[in-house]
Every structure is written in structure tokens, then in C-alpha cells.
Design a protein around this ligand. Structure first.
Ligand code: HEC
Ligand code: HEC
Ligand code: HEC
Ligand code: HEC
Ligand code: HEC
Ligand code: HEC
Length: 505
């Protein structure tokens, strides 16, 4: 077919002027249109998923309302750009040349392209629907959070995998469902993504996380605060750092819930019973220094305030926090055990040989040498330990013990991320970090001069047996006085004044 703009010489002036062609008729705009259509199809599909799914996937929101619209906007921008470029071209060349990007159905060669293009476009639409479905499933997996997107979070992934919640997806605790949390997570997530891409995230990653969802929305989906646990029997295995590696075990009944079922709440979980509310004010970001707290009886509305002597002012209202599960169980998924604890555990299981004199101290020292990096730590640990046990009599047990210490290092201390127990305190107890003693000391007083209840050694728990060997065979229902393996205890010192998870101060 002859293009009309090139009339046959004999047709004279009768040729009909061509209808002004739309500037949108060009290849760039067409590609943009296919993009936008693909994004639109994905968007419709994802919105449908968002509304029809009972279990909400938090990342679905990011995909639906952030990623897909970016493609949509990109597509539309391309359509407009194509038209703009076409118009500019047309103005510049005032019709003296055929339009450069024009789609011409009349052109045989172009028709073939158009056909291929249309086929490709349909494929693209199908693929984008399929792709968004796949992305949706992948993004909610633990693998995505810990391994791909958040490589920076490797320590959290490793510690998570050995915790009680190893089968709970990261997003269950960190993002969850609900529009409000989604928006927060989205803002936070986008910001983190940028920080991560630019490699300028903090090492260690800061904790507590400012906008972690409240315990009611996470923990209490599976656990419930009134659950009666009764007393929980826990064994704490230790070894002295002496030549003989003298073992010391404390078997302790933790009074998690002490009330008769149905009666008034008592025991450690008293704090989270709906009848009580404990609020507190911490002066530091890690919530380790707590000079002020208020207890409210939710039934009659009465409240009492406790404060340290030094803290005279009233805390800023915005700085108050209501105590929940995570004020004690602040490491439910990512426990960074202390060097001391991991070594003692390995000694108890036989993975580190107690035939090596002073091994607890040596192993802890080997792991806490200055300036270890993940790459050179194995060699330096081996060298350090070999130096201490050069004697031939240790040759049989030394290699396995070295391997174990290297393994403990690799899974609990992350020099590149500066992450280990020293920066992530665990608030559940009081031995290596202040923990319960942040409030349960005799230093916080009410206006009437009362101290916080349960600040003696027997309210929270009873030691039913302690020591080693045969000593552990007799149990005391009444409870034993703590026989401190490190000698007489000074009542003016708290445990964490000396114990820090490494070599005792
Ligand atoms: C059982 C709930 C739970 C699960 C599951 C969970 N986390 Fe956490 N995570 C927490 C809590 C609680 C904190 C500490 C927050 C605080 O103190 O405010 C935390 C802290 C973190 C931090 C901040 C640094 C730190 O160690 O304190 C990162 C990063 C993190 N989690 C990543 C992950 C990743 C990645 C996964 C999945 C592999 C995951 N989390 C699974 C509850 C959880
Ligand atoms: C998706 C369900 C789920 C969520 C959400 C969840 N947990 Fe758990 N949690 C479990 C299960 C199941 C166990 C028992 C695991 C076992 O016995 O091995 C458990 C065990 C525990 C234990 C005792 C076991 C231990 O060794 O530590 C504590 C404490 C605990 N959870 C606290 C929390 C806290 C605090 C949160 C909120 C940050 C939370 N959980 C969120 C399901 C959940
Ligand atoms: C933020 C401050 C704070 C922290 C941290 C804290 N508590 Fe308490 N706890 C209180 C207050 C306040 C009371 C009520 C004191 C009173 O009424 O005199 C209380 C009461 C108790 C009681 C008595 C409950 C009853 O039977 O009436 C026990 C037991 C207890 N706490 C154990 C613990 C343990 C264990 C930890 C650490 C894992 C801990 N607390 C951490 C503030 C705290
Ligand atoms: C005042 C601190 C404190 C608070 C607040 C607290 N817990 Fe506990 N919880 C403990 C202690 C201490 C234990 C005893 C086990 C231990 O020492 O590790 C315990 C035990 C548990 C156990 C049983 C663990 C086992 O080994 O069987 C679960 C589950 C649990 N808590 C969940 C929760 C949940 C869910 C919340 C919030 C609703 C909560 N806790 C609030 C201190 C606390
Ligand atoms: C406010 C409650 C509370 C008070 C008061 C308290 N403890 Fe504890 N204690 C705990 C909790 C909770 C743990 C469990 C920590 C854990 O599970 O890791 C614990 C653990 C221990 C352990 C075992 C620690 C380990 O790692 O081997 C010893 C020993 C101990 N307490 C001794 C004492 C002595 C001695 C006193 C008095 C000076 C005392 N406790 C006062 C709550 C308390
Ligand atoms: C004056 C410093 C000091 C204070 C305060 C102190 N300890 Fe110790 N503790 C030591 C020393 C030193 C050892 C011996 C260390 C060794 O042999 O590894 C020790 C050993 C221990 C051990 C056995 C070995 C180990 O490292 O786990 C336990 C358990 C223990 N102390 C618990 C406590 C508890 C609980 C408190 C608080 C009620 C406390 N200590 C207060 C200095 C102290």
C-alpha cells in the first residue's frame, strides 16, 4: 500500500489531508502502556489477595502499595515521555520526514513487529501476575528476611535458629498484620532498605527496636498472660575457673505463677496480669537504668510510685513504658549467650574437655582476645589454646575442644556486626546484666518509704539444691541459702557488678 503522504503524481490535489496523528502513537508509549497494564493487572491481583487472605502477609502490602505502583507510575511516565518526544520531533522536522517512532500498521515490516510485541505484551501480563504471586510467597519467608534482604541481620538469623521460636517467621514478631503496623513497617522497611543498600546501617543494629509491635499483638497471639505456669524447675550448670574446673549447679524453682488457679495473681507473671499495670521510665535507650516506676491496681485504680533517691523530678509522660512480656523476655528469638555460659554448657555436655585444667578461663579468654575478626578468629583461637596446653598429655582432647570453642565463637560473636552478649543484654535474670534488679533492689522507694516487694532472694525463686555430685541428690522444699561459688557475697554489690559474662571483674 502506498503511504498517503506520498501521493501518486497523477492524483493531483485530490489527496485527502491525513488526520493529525496522535503523539501517543509511538513505540516508547506502547512499551510504557504494556508496563502500566502489567502493573495494573498485578495490582488488581494483589489487592484481591490482600482482601481475600485471612492470614495477612505483611510484605504483601509493600509489594502492592509500593513496588507495583512504582512500575505503574514508571509505565505512565514512559507513555507520556514517548508522546512528548514524538511531539518535539514532529515540531522540529515539521512533517518533512516520516515520524521516527511511529507505529504504522500499514508497514508490512512493522506489522510483524507489532504482532511479536503484542504476543510479548500478553506474556508479560501473565508473567507479572505469576511473578507477583511468587514474590509474595517468597517475601514472607524467613529466608528472605534473614538471608537475602537482611544479610546485615545474619547474627539474628543464626541466634533465631536455635531459639524456642525458630519456626515463627520473622515477620510475625517484627511486622505482623494490621494497616497501622503495615504503614510503620513500610516506612521503616524502606528506610532500612536504603540504609542497607548504602551500607550505612548501624553496627550493632540498635535495640530495643523503636516501633516493634506491642506484646499484645505478637506474643499474646500464641501465649496468653493469664496462662498458669506454676513453678518452673530450672538447672543452672556452672564450673569455677579453677584448675580442677569444679562444677557448681543450682537447681532453682522459678515462681512464675504462685496463686491458686483462679485466685489473685502472684509470682513473676504478676506484672502482666491484666489486673496490674507497671509503668516505668528508663534514662537510657537500652532501658537498663530505671529510676522511676508506677504500679497501678487496675481494679480500684489506686497507684503507687517508686523512685530512686537521686531521681527527684517527674519523668516525661512520653518516656513512660508499660511493662509487657518483652521487658523480661527481651530476647525471645535472638539470645546472644555469654561466653561464660556457652563454654560452661559445652563443658557440661563434654564437647569441651574438663580434663584441661582451667579450661573455662582459657576458653573464654581465647574467644575474647582483642581485635578478632571472623576470618582470623579460628586460627588465633587455636594458637592461643595450643599455647596454653603444649603438654603432650593434652594432645588427645585438645583438638576437639579447640574446634568447639571456634564453633561457639562463630555462632555467638559477630565481630563485623559488633554483635554479641556485651551489646544485647538479656533482662530475664540478674546475674550478668541488671535484669530484674533494675527495679527489684532496695534503692527504689515509695513516698511512704516502702521498697519494692520481692527484692529478697526467696520471693522470685527457691534454690532447692546446689553444689555438685551427691549434694545435688537432696532437695530442700523450704529452699537453701545461696552458696556463692565465688565466696561470701557483699550485700552492697549486685551480681552484675562483678559478673559480666566474660572473665569476672
Ligand atoms: C518471637 C518473636 C521474634 C521473632 C520470630 C524474630 N524476632 Fe527479631 N526481635 C524480637 C525482639 C523481641 C527483639 C528485641 C526488640 C527489642 O528489645 O525491642 C528483636 C530484635 C531484632 C533485631 C534488632 C537487633 C537485636 O538483636 O536486638 C533484628 C535485626 C531482628 N530482630 C531480626 C530478626 C530476623 C531477621 C528474624 C527472622 C530470622 C527475627 N528477627 C525473628 C523478636 C522476634
Ligand atoms: C506463632 C506463635 C508464637 C508467637 C507469636 C510467640 N511465641 Fe513464644 N512460643 C511459642 C511456642 C510454640 C513455644 C514452645 C516452643 C517449645 O517448647 O519448643 C514458645 C515458647 C516460648 C517461651 C518459653 C521457651 C523458651 O525456652 O524460651 C517463652 C518465654 C516465649 N515463648 C515467649 C514469647 C514472647 C515474649 C513472645 C513475643 C515476643 C512470643 N513468645 C511469641 C509460640 C509463639
Ligand atoms: C520495671 C520495673 C520492674 C522490673 C524490670 C521487674 N519488676 Fe517485678 N515488680 C515490679 C513492681 C513495681 C512490683 C510490685 C511491687 C510492690 O507492689 O511493692 C513487682 C512485683 C514483683 C513480684 C511480686 C508479685 C506478687 O506475687 O505479688 C515478683 C515475684 C516479681 N516482681 C518478679 C520479677 C522478676 C523475676 C523480674 C525479672 C525477670 C522482675 N520482677 C522485673 C517492677 C519490676
Ligand atoms: C517480670 C518479668 C516477666 C514478664 C513481664 C513476663 N515473663 Fe514470662 N517468665 C519470666 C520468668 C523469670 C520465667 C521463668 C523461666 C526463666 O527463668 O527463663 C518465665 C516463664 C515464661 C514461660 C514458660 C517458659 C518455660 O520454660 O516453660 C512462658 C511461655 C512465658 N514466660 C511467656 C510470657 C509471656 C507471653 C509474657 C507476656 C504476656 C511474659 N512471659 C511476661 C518472666 C517474665
Ligand atoms: C525479682 C526477682 C528475683 C530476685 C529478688 C532474686 N532473683 Fe535470682 N533469679 C531470678 C530470675 C528470674 C532468675 C532466672 C534467670 C534465667 O532464667 O536466666 C534468677 C536466677 C538466679 C540464679 C541462677 C543464675 C545462674 O545463671 O546460675 C541464682 C544463683 C540466683 N538467682 C540467686 C539469687 C540470689 C542469691 C538472690 C538474692 C540476692 C536472688 N537470686 C534474688 C529472679 C530473682
Ligand atoms: C564481688 C564480686 C561478685 C559478686 C557481687 C557476685 N559474684 Fe558470683 N562469682 C564471683 C567470682 C569471683 C566467682 C568465681 C568465678 C569463677 O570461678 O569462675 C563467682 C562465681 C559465681 C558462680 C559460678 C561460676 C560462674 O561464673 O557462673 C555463680 C553461679 C555466681 N557467681 C552467681 C552469682 C550471683 C547470682 C550473684 C548475685 C546474687 C553473684 N554471683 C555475685 C564474683 C562475684
Amino acid at each position: 500500500m502506498q503511504p498517503p503522504s506520498n501521493p501518486a503524481p497523477d492524483s493531483g490535489a485530490t489527496s485527502v489531508p491525513r488526520k493529525p496523528r496522535s503523539h501517543f502513537n509511538n513505540w516508547i508509549s506502547a512499551i510504557g502502556a504494556v508496563f502500566s497494564a502489567g502493573a495494573l493487572v498485578s495490582f488488581a491481583f494483589l489487592v484481591w489477595m490482600d482482601f481475600s487472605q485471612r492470614e495477612k502477609n505483611p510484605y504483601l502490602g509493600i509489594l502492592t502499595y509500593v513496588v507495583v505502583p512504582i512500575f505503574l507510575i514508571g509505565g505512565i511516565a514512559m507513555v507520556l515521555f514517548g508522546a512528548w518526544a514524538q511531539r518535539r520531533y514532529a515540531l522540529k522536522h515539521a512533517g518533512d520526514r516520516p515520524d521516527r517512532w511511529q507505529i504504522d500498521f500499514g508497514d508490512l515490516k512493522q506489522r510483524r513487529y507489532i504482532f511479536i510485541f503484542a504476543g510479548g505484551g500478553v506474556m508479560f501480563l501473565l508473567l507479572s501476575a505469576f511473578g507477583s504471586y511468587q514474590t509474595y510467597h517468597y517475601s514472607e519467608s524467613t529466608q528472605f528476611c534473614g538471608e537475602v534482604c537482611h544479610k546485615a541481620m545474619n547474627p539474628e538469623l543464626i541466634t533465631y535458629k536455635r531459639g524456642a521460636h525458630a519456626r515463627v517467621d520473622c515477620v510475625e514478631c517484627h511486622i505482623g498484620s494490621g494497616a497501622e503496623w503495615f504503614v510503620k513497617a513500610k516506612i521503616n522497611g524502606t528506610h532500612q532498605l536504603i540504609a542497607y543498600t548504602l551500607d550505612n546501617y548501624k553496627r550493632p543494629i540498635e535495640t530495643p527496636i523503636k516501633n516493634l509491635r506491642p506484646a499484645q499483638d505478637i506474643c499474646e497471639k500464641c501465649h496468653w498472660p493469664e496462662k498458669f505456669h506454676g513453678n518452673i524447675d530450672v538447672n543452672y550448670l556452672h564450673f569455677a575457673s579453677d584448675k580442677k574446673n569444679t562444677p557448681y549447679t543450682a537447681r532453682i524453682l522459678m515462681h512464675v505463677n504462685t496463686s491458686a488457679p483462679g485466685g489473685p495473681a502472684g509470682g513473676i507473671h504478676w506484672h502482666v496480669n491484666p489486673d496490674n499495670r507497671v509503668e516505668y521510665y528508663a534514662t537510657d535507650d537500652k532501658r537498663q537504668d530505671i529510676p522511676w516506676m508506677r504500679v497501678t491496681n487496675m481494679k480500684d485504680g489506686t497507684s503507687r510510685t517508686f523512685r530512686t533517691e537521686k531521681f527527684k523530678s517527674d519523668p516525661p509522660a512520653a518516656g513512660l513504658r508499660v511493662m509487657d512480656c518483652m521487658d523480661c523476655h527481651n530476647r525471645p528469638a535472638h539470645t546472644f549467650p555469654t561466653a561464660n555460659d556457652s563454654v560452661e554448657r559445652a563443658m557440661a555436655s563434654g564437647a569441651i574437655s574438663t580434663k584441661l585444667p582451667n579450661i573455662k578461663r582459657v576458653a573464654v579468654q581465647a574467644m575474647t582476645q582483642k581485635d578478632l575478626t571472623a576470618a582470623d578468629a579460628p586460627a588465633k583461637i587455636a594458637e592461643f589454646m595450643k599455647g596454653k596446653y603444649a603438654d603432650a598429655e593434652f594432645a588427645a582432647v585438645l583438638p576437639a575442644s579447640i574446634t568447639k570453642v571456634q564453633e561457639i565463637f562463630a555462632t555467638t560473636i559477630f565481630p563485623e556486626r559488633k554483635a554479641d552478649w556485651r551489646v544485647y543484654p538479656n533482662n530475664i535474670g540478674h546475674k550478668d546484666w541488671p535484669g530484674c534488679f533494675r527495679c527489684h533492689d532496695d534503692k527504689h522507694k515509695s513516698s511512704a518509704g516502702e521498697t519494692v516487694r520481692a527484692s529478697d532472694c526467696t520471693t522470685c525463686h527457691t534454690i532447692i539444691s546446689q553444689g555438685r555430685g551427691a549434694e545435688l541428690e537432696t532437695l530442700s522444699a523450704k529452699g537453701l541459702k545461696f552458696a556463692h561459688p565465688g565466696g561470701e557475697l557483699d550485700p552492697d554489690l549486685t551480681c552484675a557488678d562483678c559478673h559480666n559474662g566474660g572473665i569476672q571483674k
